[in-house]
Structure formats: C-alpha cells, structure tokens
Design a protein around this ligand. Sequence first.
Ligand code: ZN
Length: 508
Amino acid sequence: MATVKVKHVDLPGSLSQRGLLLCLLLMVLALTTGCRQGVGHAGAVEQDVRELTVLYTNDEHGWMEGMQPGRGAAGLYRLWEEQENYRPDGAFLLLSGGDNWTGPAISTWVAGQSMVEVMNTMHYDASAVGNHEFDFGLDALAQRAREADYPYLSANTRWRDSDEVPVELGILPFVVTEVNDLKVGIIGLTTISTPRTTNPKHVAPLRFTDYEQALRTTVPRIRKEAPDLLFVIAHVCMAALEPLAEKVTDLHIDLMGGGHCNELTAQQVGATVLLGGGYHFTAYAKAHFRFDRTAGRILEAEFATNENTAGNQDPALVSMVAAWQEQFQDTLGEVLAWNEETIDFRDESFRQALIDSWLQWDSSADIAITNTGGVRSPLPAGQITLNDLVNVMPFENNIIALDLPGEAVRVALETGGRPLVAGLVQRGDNWILVASGEPLRDRQHYRVLVNSFMYDGGDNFHILREADPEGFDTGIHYRQPFVDLLSAMHTSSDDPLTLARLSGYAAP
Ligand SMILES: [Zn+2]
C-alpha cells in the first residue's frame, strides 16, 4: 500500500509538525490512490490505529516438558491462545531473550535441537543469542540457527578479527518484520559476560562489545528501513538493562526485553517498556501497543507479567515433547563403550579418570574438583550405556566454573569432604599444578571447575561460594565430560575398555 511508504518519509521538524505534513500527504494520497485513511467531514484525517501484542519469554533452558507437570511449552502455548487470544497469523510477536537450549537432559543431549523444533511450532518470531547458545560449539549453533524458522539476533557479537557480526553462524544484528501492517525493527544483544559464562574455548574467535555502542551503530542502519516500532531483545540482566535504557532514550526504543537473570518483570523506563519473561516457560511478560499509523506514534502501551498455570495443553506440542522423551529413552540404551571387566567405583585411578575428563572438556580450566560421594556405582562389564553412567553419577548436578585464589583452593581441598581433584597433585605439604609444575600460589587466581552440590555448600565446601559468589553455572551436567570421553575412545568387544586404557586416555 502506498501509504506505508509515505508514512516513513523522513520529515524534518517536531512530531506535531511532522504529523501535520503527514496529514497533508495522506490526504493527497487518499484522493489519488484510494487508500484506507478516511478523510473526515471537517477535513481532518481519521486515525489508522493498529494494535500489536508482544509475548516474551527468556531463559527457557530446554524445559519444553516443564519443571512441573503442565508448566512447559504445551501449557504456555494453550494459555496464550486462551488468555491472550493468540493466533500465529494475528497481531502478535513472540520474542525470546535467549538461553533457549541448554537445560535438562533431552535438550542438552541433542544440543538444543528439540527446543528449536518446539519454538518453531510455537511460531516464535525472534530470539536473542544467549551465552548458553554457545555451549555446544559454533558449528552446532550455526546448525540450530539454520533449523530455526526465526532469527537469532545479536548486534554486539563480533568476530575478533573483522569486528563483523558473525552472520556465517546465522547470527543477525537485527531484523525488520511486518505484523498487522506495522513494521517492527528488532535488535539483539548478548551478555558481555559470555566468555566467562559459556565454555571459553567455543567463543575464543568472538568478542562481545559494549551494549550502548552496539545500539548506537545499529539503530541508524535499522532506521533506514523506517520501522514504526523499534524493539531490543537482550540477553542482559535488568541491573544492566535499566541504565542502558536510560542512556539511549534519544534512540527512541519502544521496548527492551531482558534475559540471563531469570527475572519476571514488566515496567517502563522513560518511554521504553522493559520486559523480563521469567524462566523455563513457567511465566511470560507481555506488552500491548496501540499505534497510530497516521501520526506515526504510539497512542498507548500496556505491559504485564503472567504465570504459566498448568491449565490446558496444546495437543501438538504434547505429542512433540512425548516423541523427544521416547527418543531419549532409546538414547539412554545406546551403547557408548565396551568394558572388559567390572571397574569398582572406589578404584583410585577410575575416580581420577572421571575428574580428569572435566579438564579435557574445558581445557581453559586449571583445576577440577568433585566430591567422592557423587560417584556411586561400578562400571559394569560388557556393554556400557548412558543408563549405566547415570547410575555411576546419578545426581542432577551441573559443573560450576569459578575464579578462585589459590588459598581458597587449598582450603577447599583441606576442609571439604573427600575431594577428587584434577590439575593438581600433592607433594608433601604442597600442591603442584600438573600443567606447569608450579606450586599453587595463595594469591594467584585459577579457573576451577566444581559441581553445583559443592558450590551450594554440600560436603562442607562452603569456601567455594564465599571465595567466588559469582560462580558460573555452565549448564553442563557433571557426568557429561566422562560420557564424552568414553564415546571418544571408540572401544568395542574386540578392542575393549580397560582401567589402564581409561587412565592413560584421561590423563592430562
Ligand atoms: Zn544466560
């Protein structure tokens, strides 16, 4: 329609002057092109008011099945249909603040593929790139982005060498989409903590640049496409997003969605609506805009949060989740290794191989510590399945990455209950770093991997959180590096696993 283009002519002057000029232009057009803007009896142009509702989630973390029955994707989608009158072809935008994939077993096991399928079925329109979207490596991220029917956005993720947004990976700085005859520009942002909050080696060729700077360089590019509304979806906590919104009021951003801190909130900073959609599909935030296309301005913005109340379920999503669960049951039975004879879980070299596998998984870490109590069952002879490894390491613990001074490491090893340690050996009274041969120094800082049970103070490891309250949950299960290591050894009935072979393979 011709009026869409006319409305975006970049006219100088104040809003009211621009409105007047637009009125005149539209009146001419109404006569010449037969467009829909009606001309009133008094000669004034009637308002052409369009509505748009944004439904917003973040930090879904793979929880398609729901943390509690009914509070997953199927329940949320049906709730949107029932309470928000959501229709995929209606005046809606479904947006996510990122961290879609890493989570409970199924989604992590398939590197987020299940969540992309679920979010496609829910008709998401865009997602920010969260730090955890890098957990499975850049190839997996690119593959997921290809599978997604919606774009993954981040304007501040850049290749180190070229300073370009890595579009080769399927990450776009922004997108302009059209809903209900409204053009909406959407810019993505990714937390600058990402190199610390995903596996650092995965993001080594990337850097995460200053949010404000990224917006100031991206907004003029997106304005060239003359969007009616401008949104930012940011995998950024409210503590950083609120001041950012204040700093960029001159960019006239209509909505900013957050993520990373699992916050559920709907508020306004100046004229910008700020949304946080909670976490794990347990809740969502929403904003409703009434936009006057004639005057080119928002008439009204309403915003709220809502809980996913485990009501009715969308049948298509219920069966999709069930199919993934079935497939995962098969995965649990998949043979990962062949073992010559039963290995006792109390065997020192077996335990050492378990914890050494963590440093193979994250080669940027100096030290890894887990508690002996987290290793519970022998490795059986013959076929070893994932199910067997679930028995060996049965707890729902994740690996937490810490930045610790050597002194705290020493205290943890001396006061914590029965630690298993990799990257350090004891010589007399001293701890020596295996990689460098240097002694552990009290004041020097080290990257240390522990499990979430210990970080929460279990087995008397309180010193860990005290020494680094900002410990980072990698989202990776404490069993996973050992699972990966066993798979990588490619054992078979002809060429089986032995304890000696395992120790040799796992040793740094
Ligand atoms: Zn995050």
